[in-house]
Design a protein around this ligand. Structure first.
Ligand code: NAD
Length: 469
Protein backbone atom coordinates (compact mmCIF):
# COMPACT_ATOMS: atom_id res chain seq x y z
CA UNK A 1 0.00 0.00 0.00
CA UNK A 2 1.17 3.46 -0.85
CA UNK A 3 0.67 5.90 1.95
CA UNK A 4 1.92 9.27 0.64
CA UNK A 5 -0.86 10.62 -1.50
CA UNK A 6 -0.45 11.01 -5.21
CA UNK A 7 -3.06 13.04 -7.01
CA UNK A 8 -4.39 11.97 -10.39
CA UNK A 9 -2.89 14.01 -13.22
CA UNK A 10 -5.20 16.14 -15.35
CA UNK A 11 -4.25 14.08 -18.43
CA UNK A 12 -5.18 10.87 -16.62
CA UNK A 13 -8.52 12.42 -15.64
CA UNK A 14 -9.27 13.13 -19.30
CA UNK A 15 -8.33 9.62 -20.30
CA UNK A 16 -10.51 8.09 -17.50
CA UNK A 17 -13.54 10.03 -18.69
CA UNK A 18 -12.97 9.04 -22.32
CA UNK A 19 -12.59 5.37 -21.38
CA UNK A 20 -15.81 5.36 -19.35
CA UNK A 21 -17.71 7.12 -22.14
CA UNK A 22 -16.45 4.59 -24.68
CA UNK A 23 -17.39 1.65 -22.45
CA UNK A 24 -20.88 2.98 -22.01
CA UNK A 25 -21.35 3.67 -25.71
CA UNK A 26 -20.31 0.08 -26.49
CA UNK A 27 -23.09 -1.20 -24.20
CA UNK A 28 -20.67 -3.16 -21.99
CA UNK A 29 -22.51 -2.39 -18.75
CA UNK A 30 -26.06 -2.99 -20.00
CA UNK A 31 -26.25 -6.82 -19.62
CA UNK A 32 -27.34 -7.88 -16.13
CA UNK A 33 -24.53 -10.45 -16.08
CA UNK A 34 -21.96 -7.66 -16.30
CA UNK A 35 -23.65 -5.66 -13.55
CA UNK A 36 -23.82 -8.76 -11.34
CA UNK A 37 -20.13 -9.49 -12.01
CA UNK A 38 -19.12 -5.99 -10.90
CA UNK A 39 -21.34 -6.00 -7.80
CA UNK A 40 -19.96 -9.38 -6.78
CA UNK A 41 -16.40 -8.15 -7.34
CA UNK A 42 -17.15 -5.17 -5.08
CA UNK A 43 -18.55 -7.48 -2.42
CA UNK A 44 -15.33 -9.53 -2.51
CA UNK A 45 -13.26 -6.34 -2.39
CA UNK A 46 -14.89 -5.32 0.89
CA UNK A 47 -15.24 -8.78 2.40
CA UNK A 48 -11.68 -9.95 1.63
CA UNK A 49 -10.10 -6.72 2.86
CA UNK A 50 -12.27 -5.70 5.79
CA UNK A 51 -9.36 -5.51 8.22
CA UNK A 52 -7.18 -3.46 5.88
CA UNK A 53 -10.02 -1.07 5.15
CA UNK A 54 -10.78 -0.62 8.87
CA UNK A 55 -7.10 -0.03 9.63
CA UNK A 56 -6.90 2.65 6.95
CA UNK A 57 -9.84 4.51 8.51
CA UNK A 58 -8.17 4.11 11.89
CA UNK A 59 -5.02 5.72 10.49
CA UNK A 60 -7.02 8.74 9.31
CA UNK A 61 -9.53 9.18 12.12
CA UNK A 62 -8.37 6.84 14.88
CA UNK A 63 -11.85 5.34 14.68
CA UNK A 64 -12.18 1.91 16.30
CA UNK A 65 -12.43 -0.90 13.68
CA UNK A 66 -15.62 -2.22 15.29
CA UNK A 67 -17.22 1.17 14.73
CA UNK A 68 -16.12 1.10 11.09
CA UNK A 69 -17.68 -2.34 10.61
CA UNK A 70 -20.89 -1.14 12.24
CA UNK A 71 -21.27 2.21 10.51
CA UNK A 72 -19.58 1.62 7.14
CA UNK A 73 -18.80 -1.99 6.15
CA UNK A 74 -22.11 -3.59 7.21
CA UNK A 75 -24.09 -0.98 5.35
CA UNK A 76 -22.01 -1.39 2.16
CA UNK A 77 -22.45 -5.18 2.13
CA UNK A 78 -26.16 -4.82 2.83
CA UNK A 79 -26.51 -2.40 -0.09
CA UNK A 80 -24.71 -4.80 -2.48
CA UNK A 81 -26.94 -7.69 -1.35
CA UNK A 82 -30.02 -5.54 -1.78
CA UNK A 83 -29.10 -4.53 -5.34
CA UNK A 84 -28.14 -8.09 -6.33
CA UNK A 85 -31.31 -9.65 -4.96
CA UNK A 86 -33.54 -7.06 -6.62
CA UNK A 87 -31.58 -6.57 -9.84
CA UNK A 88 -34.02 -8.32 -12.16
CA UNK A 89 -37.12 -6.78 -10.64
CA UNK A 90 -35.65 -3.27 -10.71
CA UNK A 91 -34.44 -3.46 -14.30
CA UNK A 92 -37.57 -5.12 -15.76
CA UNK A 93 -39.56 -2.82 -18.10
CA UNK A 94 -42.57 -1.64 -16.18
CA UNK A 95 -45.93 -2.21 -17.88
CA UNK A 96 -48.34 0.62 -17.12
CA UNK A 97 -52.10 0.79 -17.48
CA UNK A 98 -53.43 1.86 -20.87
CA UNK A 99 -56.00 4.60 -21.36
CA UNK A 100 -58.42 5.54 -24.15
CA UNK A 101 -55.61 7.30 -26.03
CA UNK A 102 -53.23 4.33 -25.91
CA UNK A 103 -55.57 2.19 -27.98
CA UNK A 104 -53.79 -0.48 -30.06
CA UNK A 105 -50.49 0.06 -28.23
CA UNK A 106 -48.65 -0.92 -25.10
CA UNK A 107 -47.24 1.85 -22.93
CA UNK A 108 -44.34 0.98 -20.64
CA UNK A 109 -41.30 2.39 -18.86
CA UNK A 110 -37.88 1.04 -19.77
CA UNK A 111 -35.32 1.25 -16.94
CA UNK A 112 -32.18 2.44 -18.66
CA UNK A 113 -28.76 3.43 -17.36
CA UNK A 114 -28.05 7.15 -17.53
CA UNK A 115 -24.51 6.76 -18.85
CA UNK A 116 -21.31 7.94 -17.15
CA UNK A 117 -21.80 8.83 -13.48
CA UNK A 118 -19.42 11.06 -11.53
CA UNK A 119 -19.48 10.56 -7.76
CA UNK A 120 -17.65 13.06 -5.54
CA UNK A 121 -17.38 12.11 -1.88
CA UNK A 122 -16.07 13.54 1.42
CA UNK A 123 -13.65 12.19 4.03
CA UNK A 124 -15.84 11.50 7.05
CA UNK A 125 -17.16 8.13 5.83
CA UNK A 126 -14.37 7.45 3.35
CA UNK A 127 -15.61 3.93 2.47
CA UNK A 128 -19.35 4.03 2.80
CA UNK A 129 -20.06 7.26 0.96
CA UNK A 130 -18.20 6.51 -2.29
CA UNK A 131 -19.42 2.92 -2.37
CA UNK A 132 -23.03 3.69 -1.45
CA UNK A 133 -23.16 5.75 -4.64
CA UNK A 134 -21.10 3.30 -6.71
CA UNK A 135 -23.30 0.28 -5.91
CA UNK A 136 -26.66 1.59 -7.21
CA UNK A 137 -24.92 3.30 -10.14
CA UNK A 138 -23.41 -0.06 -11.20
CA UNK A 139 -26.68 -1.91 -10.57
CA UNK A 140 -28.42 0.57 -12.86
CA UNK A 141 -25.89 -0.23 -15.62
CA UNK A 142 -23.73 2.90 -15.64
CA UNK A 143 -19.99 3.37 -15.82
CA UNK A 144 -18.66 5.29 -12.83
CA UNK A 145 -15.89 7.72 -12.03
CA UNK A 146 -15.23 8.02 -8.29
CA UNK A 147 -13.59 11.22 -7.03
CA UNK A 148 -12.36 10.23 -3.58
CA UNK A 149 -11.52 12.71 -0.84
CA UNK A 150 -7.95 13.98 -0.62
CA UNK A 151 -8.40 14.56 3.15
CA UNK A 152 -8.84 10.93 4.31
CA UNK A 153 -5.38 10.07 2.94
CA UNK A 154 -5.02 6.43 4.04
CA UNK A 155 -8.58 5.29 3.41
CA UNK A 156 -8.58 6.92 -0.01
CA UNK A 157 -5.26 5.29 -0.97
CA UNK A 158 -6.48 1.88 0.22
CA UNK A 159 -9.82 2.09 -1.53
CA UNK A 160 -8.22 3.28 -4.78
CA UNK A 161 -5.70 0.45 -4.69
CA UNK A 162 -8.42 -2.17 -4.08
CA UNK A 163 -10.81 -0.81 -6.69
CA UNK A 164 -8.04 -0.94 -9.29
CA UNK A 165 -7.31 -4.52 -8.23
CA UNK A 166 -10.87 -5.90 -8.09
CA UNK A 167 -13.01 -3.87 -10.50
CA UNK A 168 -13.07 -3.76 -14.30
CA UNK A 169 -11.11 -0.60 -15.25
CA UNK A 170 -13.33 -0.16 -18.28
CA UNK A 171 -16.29 0.30 -15.90
CA UNK A 172 -14.98 2.01 -12.76
CA UNK A 173 -12.17 4.56 -12.49
CA UNK A 174 -10.85 6.47 -9.47
CA UNK A 175 -9.57 10.02 -9.26
CA UNK A 176 -7.79 11.35 -6.18
CA UNK A 177 -7.41 15.07 -5.78
CA UNK A 178 -8.64 18.32 -4.33
CA UNK A 179 -10.31 21.41 -5.77
CA UNK A 180 -7.92 21.65 -8.78
CA UNK A 181 -8.58 18.08 -9.92
CA UNK A 182 -12.30 18.32 -9.19
CA UNK A 183 -12.61 21.61 -11.07
CA UNK A 184 -10.91 20.00 -14.07
CA UNK A 185 -13.14 16.95 -13.80
CA UNK A 186 -16.26 19.08 -13.75
CA UNK A 187 -15.41 20.57 -17.14
CA UNK A 188 -16.28 17.20 -18.67
CA UNK A 189 -19.78 16.19 -19.62
CA UNK A 190 -21.24 13.52 -17.34
CA UNK A 191 -24.71 12.01 -17.46
CA UNK A 192 -25.27 12.27 -13.73
CA UNK A 193 -23.27 13.73 -10.84
CA UNK A 194 -23.65 12.55 -7.27
CA UNK A 195 -22.05 14.94 -4.79
CA UNK A 196 -21.75 14.38 -1.04
CA UNK A 197 -20.10 17.16 0.95
CA UNK A 198 -20.57 20.69 2.16
CA UNK A 199 -23.29 23.05 1.01
CA UNK A 200 -20.63 25.51 -0.22
CA UNK A 201 -18.97 23.00 -2.56
CA UNK A 202 -22.38 21.62 -3.53
CA UNK A 203 -23.15 25.02 -5.02
CA UNK A 204 -19.87 24.94 -7.00
CA UNK A 205 -20.65 21.47 -8.34
CA UNK A 206 -24.19 22.35 -9.32
CA UNK A 207 -23.04 25.50 -11.12
CA UNK A 208 -20.46 23.50 -13.10
CA UNK A 209 -23.01 20.79 -13.92
CA UNK A 210 -25.41 23.42 -15.26
CA UNK A 211 -23.01 24.11 -18.15
CA UNK A 212 -23.82 20.63 -19.46
CA UNK A 213 -27.37 20.44 -18.07
CA UNK A 214 -26.21 17.41 -16.09
CA UNK A 215 -28.59 16.28 -13.32
CA UNK A 216 -27.04 16.46 -9.86
CA UNK A 217 -27.81 14.57 -6.68
CA UNK A 218 -26.69 16.54 -3.63
CA UNK A 219 -26.17 15.07 -0.16
CA UNK A 220 -25.09 18.01 2.00
CA UNK A 221 -24.94 18.97 5.65
CA UNK A 222 -26.86 21.10 8.11
CA UNK A 223 -27.53 21.74 11.79
CA UNK A 224 -29.54 18.76 13.00
CA UNK A 225 -31.60 19.57 16.10
CA UNK A 226 -32.27 17.11 18.90
CA UNK A 227 -35.50 18.24 20.56
CA UNK A 228 -36.17 16.85 24.02
CA UNK A 229 -39.73 17.40 25.25
CA UNK A 230 -40.50 17.37 29.00
CA UNK A 231 -42.23 13.97 28.85
CA UNK A 232 -39.25 12.19 27.22
CA UNK A 233 -37.37 9.36 28.87
CA UNK A 234 -34.48 11.73 29.57
CA UNK A 235 -31.89 9.19 30.66
CA UNK A 236 -32.33 7.16 27.46
CA UNK A 237 -32.53 10.28 25.31
CA UNK A 238 -29.19 11.56 26.61
CA UNK A 239 -27.60 8.12 26.27
CA UNK A 240 -28.57 7.98 22.60
CA UNK A 241 -27.70 11.60 21.85
CA UNK A 242 -24.27 11.27 23.49
CA UNK A 243 -23.60 8.11 21.48
CA UNK A 244 -24.78 9.74 18.23
CA UNK A 245 -22.76 12.89 18.90
CA UNK A 246 -19.53 11.09 19.70
CA UNK A 247 -19.48 8.39 16.98
CA UNK A 248 -16.68 9.46 14.63
CA UNK A 249 -16.08 12.36 17.07
CA UNK A 250 -19.22 14.09 15.80
CA UNK A 251 -17.98 14.18 12.20
CA UNK A 252 -21.14 12.78 10.64
CA UNK A 253 -23.62 14.65 8.50
CA UNK A 254 -26.40 13.08 10.60
CA UNK A 255 -24.86 13.85 14.02
CA UNK A 256 -27.27 15.58 16.38
CA UNK A 257 -25.80 19.08 16.20
CA UNK A 258 -27.48 20.74 19.19
CA UNK A 259 -30.18 20.11 21.83
CA UNK A 260 -33.33 22.20 22.27
CA UNK A 261 -35.24 21.67 25.53
CA UNK A 262 -36.81 23.53 28.44
CA UNK A 263 -34.75 24.95 31.32
CA UNK A 264 -35.71 22.16 33.74
CA UNK A 265 -34.44 19.55 31.30
CA UNK A 266 -31.25 21.52 30.64
CA UNK A 267 -30.50 21.55 34.39
CA UNK A 268 -30.43 17.72 34.39
CA UNK A 269 -28.20 17.36 31.32
CA UNK A 270 -24.68 17.84 32.79
CA UNK A 271 -24.98 14.87 35.15
CA UNK A 272 -26.38 12.60 32.45
CA UNK A 273 -23.88 13.81 29.84
CA UNK A 274 -20.94 13.04 32.16
CA UNK A 275 -22.50 9.68 33.11
CA UNK A 276 -22.65 8.47 29.52
CA UNK A 277 -19.32 9.91 28.42
CA UNK A 278 -17.77 7.99 31.32
CA UNK A 279 -19.78 4.84 30.57
CA UNK A 280 -18.72 4.81 26.91
CA UNK A 281 -15.16 6.17 27.12
CA UNK A 282 -14.02 5.76 30.75
CA UNK A 283 -12.73 8.30 33.25
CA UNK A 284 -10.24 9.74 30.78
CA UNK A 285 -11.82 9.70 27.29
CA UNK A 286 -8.52 10.85 25.78
CA UNK A 287 -7.05 7.44 26.59
CA UNK A 288 -10.03 5.55 25.20
CA UNK A 289 -9.33 3.58 22.00
CA UNK A 290 -13.00 4.04 21.11
CA UNK A 291 -13.12 7.83 20.65
CA UNK A 292 -12.10 9.05 17.20
CA UNK A 293 -9.97 12.09 16.45
CA UNK A 294 -10.57 15.19 14.33
CA UNK A 295 -9.58 14.50 10.73
CA UNK A 296 -7.12 17.35 10.11
CA UNK A 297 -5.27 20.27 11.71
CA UNK A 298 -7.50 22.64 9.80
CA UNK A 299 -10.68 21.15 11.24
CA UNK A 300 -9.11 21.00 14.72
CA UNK A 301 -8.23 24.70 14.51
CA UNK A 302 -11.75 25.53 13.34
CA UNK A 303 -13.21 23.91 16.47
CA UNK A 304 -10.49 25.36 18.69
CA UNK A 305 -11.29 28.88 17.56
CA UNK A 306 -14.99 28.28 18.04
CA UNK A 307 -14.79 26.88 21.59
CA UNK A 308 -11.44 27.78 23.12
CA UNK A 309 -10.76 31.18 21.59
CA UNK A 310 -14.13 32.55 20.58
CA UNK A 311 -17.04 33.69 22.69
CA UNK A 312 -19.03 30.57 23.45
CA UNK A 313 -21.74 29.48 25.82
CA UNK A 314 -22.07 30.77 29.34
CA UNK A 315 -21.31 27.38 30.86
CA UNK A 316 -19.08 24.58 29.59
CA UNK A 317 -19.18 20.95 30.70
CA UNK A 318 -16.01 19.31 29.40
CA UNK A 319 -12.26 19.11 29.88
CA UNK A 320 -11.06 22.41 28.43
CA UNK A 321 -7.46 21.54 29.41
CA UNK A 322 -7.54 18.26 27.51
CA UNK A 323 -7.62 19.79 24.02
CA UNK A 324 -4.58 18.48 22.16
CA UNK A 325 -3.47 19.86 18.79
CA UNK A 326 -0.86 17.13 18.23
CA UNK A 327 -3.38 14.33 18.64
CA UNK A 328 -6.18 16.48 17.20
CA UNK A 329 -8.15 15.49 20.30
CA UNK A 330 -11.28 17.43 21.19
CA UNK A 331 -12.90 16.31 24.44
CA UNK A 332 -16.65 15.63 24.56
CA UNK A 333 -18.10 19.01 25.47
CA UNK A 334 -21.57 20.19 26.49
CA UNK A 335 -22.33 23.91 26.19
CA UNK A 336 -25.20 25.26 28.28
CA UNK A 337 -27.37 28.37 27.91
CA UNK A 338 -26.51 28.78 24.27
CA UNK A 339 -28.48 31.34 22.28
CA UNK A 340 -29.19 31.42 18.57
CA UNK A 341 -26.73 34.30 18.13
CA UNK A 342 -23.77 32.38 19.59
CA UNK A 343 -21.02 31.41 17.14
CA UNK A 344 -21.64 27.69 17.72
CA UNK A 345 -25.18 28.08 16.38
CA UNK A 346 -24.21 29.50 12.99
CA UNK A 347 -22.75 26.54 11.06
CA UNK A 348 -22.71 22.75 11.27
CA UNK A 349 -20.28 21.87 14.12
CA UNK A 350 -18.83 18.58 12.86
CA UNK A 351 -17.10 17.81 16.16
CA UNK A 352 -17.85 16.37 19.62
CA UNK A 353 -19.39 19.63 20.85
CA UNK A 354 -23.02 19.68 21.98
CA UNK A 355 -24.68 23.07 22.51
CA UNK A 356 -27.93 23.24 24.46
CA UNK A 357 -30.44 25.97 23.62
CA UNK A 358 -32.93 26.28 26.50
CA UNK A 359 -36.38 27.59 25.60
CA UNK A 360 -39.62 28.28 27.43
CA UNK A 361 -42.27 26.43 25.42
CA UNK A 362 -43.10 24.49 22.27
CA UNK A 363 -43.55 27.61 20.18
CA UNK A 364 -40.00 28.64 21.04
CA UNK A 365 -38.78 25.14 20.11
CA UNK A 366 -40.34 25.54 16.69
CA UNK A 367 -38.85 29.02 16.23
CA UNK A 368 -35.40 27.71 17.16
CA UNK A 369 -35.57 24.78 14.78
CA UNK A 370 -37.07 26.82 11.95
CA UNK A 371 -34.07 29.15 12.11
CA UNK A 372 -32.00 26.42 10.41
CA UNK A 373 -34.70 25.72 7.90
CA UNK A 374 -33.94 22.37 6.31
CA UNK A 375 -31.43 20.26 8.26
CA UNK A 376 -30.50 16.82 6.97
CA UNK A 377 -32.14 15.20 9.99
CA UNK A 378 -34.33 16.11 12.93
CA UNK A 379 -34.36 14.18 16.21
CA UNK A 380 -37.26 14.32 18.60
CA UNK A 381 -37.54 12.69 22.02
CA UNK A 382 -41.07 12.34 23.35
CA UNK A 383 -43.87 9.82 23.76
CA UNK A 384 -46.63 12.38 23.32
CA UNK A 385 -48.20 11.60 19.95
CA UNK A 386 -49.90 14.96 19.60
CA UNK A 387 -46.73 16.86 20.40
CA UNK A 388 -44.73 14.72 17.96
CA UNK A 389 -47.29 15.36 15.20
CA UNK A 390 -47.30 19.09 15.93
CA UNK A 391 -43.52 19.35 15.68
CA UNK A 392 -43.27 17.23 12.54
CA UNK A 393 -46.11 19.17 10.89
CA UNK A 394 -44.35 22.47 11.54
CA UNK A 395 -40.76 21.69 10.63
CA UNK A 396 -38.84 20.45 7.58
CA UNK A 397 -35.80 18.17 7.37
CA UNK A 398 -34.36 15.51 5.07
CA UNK A 399 -35.43 12.85 7.56
CA UNK A 400 -36.73 12.36 11.09
CA UNK A 401 -35.92 9.93 13.85
CA UNK A 402 -38.13 9.87 16.94
CA UNK A 403 -36.62 8.70 20.24
CA UNK A 404 -33.30 7.75 18.67
CA UNK A 405 -30.52 9.11 16.43
CA UNK A 406 -28.79 7.94 13.22
CA UNK A 407 -30.58 4.59 13.08
CA UNK A 408 -33.18 5.60 10.49
CA UNK A 409 -30.64 5.32 7.68
CA UNK A 410 -29.71 1.74 8.41
CA UNK A 411 -32.65 0.35 6.50
CA UNK A 412 -32.70 0.41 2.70
CA UNK A 413 -36.48 0.59 2.76
CA UNK A 414 -36.44 4.32 3.37
CA UNK A 415 -34.48 6.76 1.20
CA UNK A 416 -31.39 8.57 2.45
CA UNK A 417 -33.21 11.78 1.73
CA UNK A 418 -32.35 15.45 1.85
CA UNK A 419 -34.29 18.65 1.30
CA UNK A 420 -33.54 22.33 0.73
CA UNK A 421 -30.05 23.36 1.83
CA UNK A 422 -29.26 19.80 2.96
CA UNK A 423 -29.55 18.64 -0.66
CA UNK A 424 -31.98 16.75 -2.87
CA UNK A 425 -30.58 13.22 -2.74
CA UNK A 426 -32.33 9.88 -2.48
CA UNK A 427 -29.91 7.00 -2.01
CA UNK A 428 -30.42 3.52 -0.47
CA UNK A 429 -31.80 0.42 -2.18
CA UNK A 430 -34.36 1.07 -4.89
CA UNK A 431 -34.18 4.83 -4.29
CA UNK A 432 -30.49 4.79 -5.21
CA UNK A 433 -31.19 2.57 -8.20
CA UNK A 434 -33.84 5.03 -9.41
CA UNK A 435 -31.44 7.97 -8.95
CA UNK A 436 -29.04 6.53 -11.53
CA UNK A 437 -31.75 5.22 -13.87
CA UNK A 438 -33.44 6.95 -16.79
CA UNK A 439 -37.10 5.99 -16.89
CA UNK A 440 -37.59 5.98 -20.66
CA UNK A 441 -41.22 6.35 -21.67
CA UNK A 442 -41.85 3.72 -24.33
CA UNK A 443 -44.87 2.96 -26.47
CA UNK A 444 -45.06 -0.16 -28.64
CA UNK A 445 -47.83 0.38 -31.18
CA UNK A 446 -49.41 -2.24 -33.35
CA UNK A 447 -48.24 -2.10 -36.97
CA UNK A 448 -51.40 -3.78 -38.30
CA UNK A 449 -53.40 -1.85 -40.88
CA UNK A 450 -56.77 -2.80 -39.29
CA UNK A 451 -55.52 -1.38 -35.99
CA UNK A 452 -54.66 1.85 -37.75
CA UNK A 453 -58.32 2.28 -38.61
CA UNK A 454 -58.92 2.80 -34.90
CA UNK A 455 -56.56 5.77 -35.08
CA UNK A 456 -58.01 7.23 -38.27
CA UNK A 457 -59.43 10.21 -36.42
CA UNK A 458 -56.01 11.79 -35.95
CA UNK A 459 -55.15 12.12 -39.63
CA UNK A 460 -55.98 15.39 -41.47
CA UNK A 461 -57.93 16.75 -43.14
CA UNK A 462 -60.24 17.64 -40.29
CA UNK A 463 -62.75 19.67 -42.28
CA UNK A 464 -64.61 19.55 -45.55
CA UNK A 465 -66.18 16.41 -46.95
CA UNK A 466 -64.08 14.08 -44.87
CA UNK A 467 -64.98 15.80 -41.57
CA UNK A 468 -64.50 13.04 -39.00
CA UNK A 469 -66.29 14.85 -36.23
P1 NAD B 1 -16.25 19.30 1.11
O1 NAD B 1 -17.45 19.90 0.50
O2 NAD B 1 -15.14 20.19 1.54
O3 NAD B 1 -15.58 18.24 0.11
C1 NAD B 1 -16.36 17.26 -0.57
C2 NAD B 1 -15.67 16.92 -1.89
O4 NAD B 1 -15.58 18.09 -2.70
C3 NAD B 1 -14.26 16.40 -1.72
O5 NAD B 1 -14.08 15.31 -2.59
C4 NAD B 1 -13.38 17.58 -2.12
O6 NAD B 1 -12.18 17.18 -2.72
C5 NAD B 1 -14.23 18.32 -3.11
N1 NAD B 1 -13.98 19.77 -3.10
C6 NAD B 1 -13.60 20.52 -2.04
N2 NAD B 1 -13.49 21.82 -2.40
C7 NAD B 1 -13.80 21.89 -3.71
C8 NAD B 1 -13.87 22.95 -4.67
N3 NAD B 1 -13.58 24.21 -4.34
N4 NAD B 1 -14.22 22.65 -5.94
C9 NAD B 1 -14.52 21.38 -6.28
N5 NAD B 1 -14.47 20.34 -5.42
C10 NAD B 1 -14.11 20.58 -4.15
O7 NAD B 1 -16.78 18.40 2.33
P2 NAD B 1 -15.91 17.58 3.36
O8 NAD B 1 -15.22 18.50 4.29
O9 NAD B 1 -15.10 16.55 2.66
O10 NAD B 1 -17.06 16.78 4.15
C11 NAD B 1 -17.81 17.36 5.18
C12 NAD B 1 -19.13 17.89 4.69
O11 NAD B 1 -19.83 16.85 4.01
C13 NAD B 1 -20.06 18.29 5.83
O12 NAD B 1 -20.73 19.48 5.47
C14 NAD B 1 -21.04 17.13 5.94
O13 NAD B 1 -22.28 17.48 6.48
C15 NAD B 1 -21.16 16.74 4.51
N6 NAD B 1 -21.61 15.36 4.40
C16 NAD B 1 -22.86 15.11 3.94
C17 NAD B 1 -23.31 13.79 3.87
C18 NAD B 1 -24.70 13.45 3.39
O14 NAD B 1 -24.94 12.30 3.06
N7 NAD B 1 -25.62 14.39 3.34
C19 NAD B 1 -22.48 12.74 4.25
C20 NAD B 1 -21.20 13.05 4.71
C21 NAD B 1 -20.76 14.36 4.77
Amino acid sequence: MTSPQSYTSLDAIDSHVQQLQATFRQGVTRPLAKRREQLQALYRLVDDNEEQLCQSVHADLRRHPVDTVLIEIASILHEIDDQLVNLEARTRPQRVAGTAVTIASTPMIRKEPKGVVLSISPWNFPLRLPLKALIPALAAGNTVLLKLSEVSVEATATLKHLIEKYMDPAVVRVVVGGPTETTHLLKHRFDHISFTGSTRVGQIVMTAAAQHLTPVTLELGGKNPAIILPDANLDLAVKRIVWGKLVNAGQICLSPDYIVCDHTTQAKLPVLFKKYVRQFYGDDPKQSPDLARIISDQHYQRLHQLIRDGPHAKRVVGELDAWDAIQRYVPPTLLLDVTLDDAVMQDELFGPILPVVPVTDRTAILETVQRHDTPLSLYLFSNDRQAIAQILDNTRSGSVCVNDVLRHYETNNVPFSAVGTSGNGRLNGRYGFDTFTHERATMISSANVPCDLLLEVRYPPFSGDSNKW
